[in-house]
Design a protein around this ligand. Sequence first.
Ligand code: ZN
Ligand code: ZN
Ligand code: ZN
Length: 393
Amino acid sequence: MANFHVPPYAPPAAMFNTVSGYAGTVAGGGAMAAPPAASFHTPLYAPPAAMFNIVPGYEGTVAGGGGAYIPPPPPSVPMPVPEQAPSTPDWHIPSISEDRAREAFATYVSSKCCYSSDPVSEGVITNMESFNTYRYRLETFIEFRSTEWSQEPYTGQPLDAGVQPAPGPWQIAAQPPAFFQEHKQTIKVPYTSSVKNCDLCQGKGRNPCTKCAGSGKRDCTLCNGSGYRESDKRCVNCSGSGRKNCSPCSGRGSCQCDTCRGKGKLLIFINLNVKWSIEKDEFVAQDSSRLKVEKLEEVSGKELYKDAQYMVYPVRGFPDASVAQASERLVRDHQGKYAQTSRILQQRQTIELIPVTKVNYMWKGKPYVYYVYGNEFKVKAVDYPDQCCCSVM
Ligand SMILES: [Zn+2]
Ligand SMILES: [Zn+2]
Ligand SMILES: [Zn+2]
């Protein structure tokens, strides 16, 4: 018993009715329902088992978060296995012109306060090399469900616990948003609602006022409780009594209970939390330009390929083998990982071409290099030759 932290409003055992499919649901928020076997996660503050009766189908639901997720039932549609890879798109890889490179370079140099534009106007481009690279992105749109015991002031809501078996967590209809729109919905699980006395006020609806310790009076602030001001003048604020009615409780000595909002009773029930989210992973192929991959995170690319369906197939036949490998790996990871804990509703994958051009140029008889990359034509200059004070970015 000693180490249990029971939430203030944890109801006594008898108050929780048995709700089929919801056993283990506890009060206080955020319990994920765990798959039956291995990954059941017991929250630190779990009340003793006997406090919560078993709700069949909701075993593992706790109060206050930290419970277990609810594994979805097996997919209604079997995982599709393609007989052959989808047809390979015609991969078209563009390149930039010398003028475009020079223009991007000029913009970059003019944005630097102390870069002279001489190397731009006088420099002679000797060679341009394309090091285009690719970004593969996989997004999986999932529905995740968890349950928690919840409570609210009782104001006459219907009490339906045990009237019928509660529907299973995945049998309850939710309203999914459009694909790839993140959203949340909370649904009160039918046939789990019952009523109990509020623990905090023992059903009275009011608690002793903390400002006046329940007396309804406080010392007068003008005379500090003496009843007199300036030697023997009676204090007009308190008519010489030294005491005033306590204002937070209007002199009653007690305040409305916040937990039950004065009702004295709480409705307890299981909430089903449904969350739709996008799980995203990316892979950027390393090119041989020696421009750092992190630089490429700042820019966008040209979308070469886009594919969205219930479960995507890994990209095949792409010119850069590392992209195809990343696709294979990430698709397998996502489908393995998310199918365990959630329901996959849709996946999409894209391949972007990120243009990277290495420009070699001569200025005053010496060779220099800059890079132009991304749809935004961002520039990185290595050892810009003519600058007065700033360090090179
Ligand atoms: Zn006074
Ligand atoms: Zn008071
Ligand atoms: Zn109360």
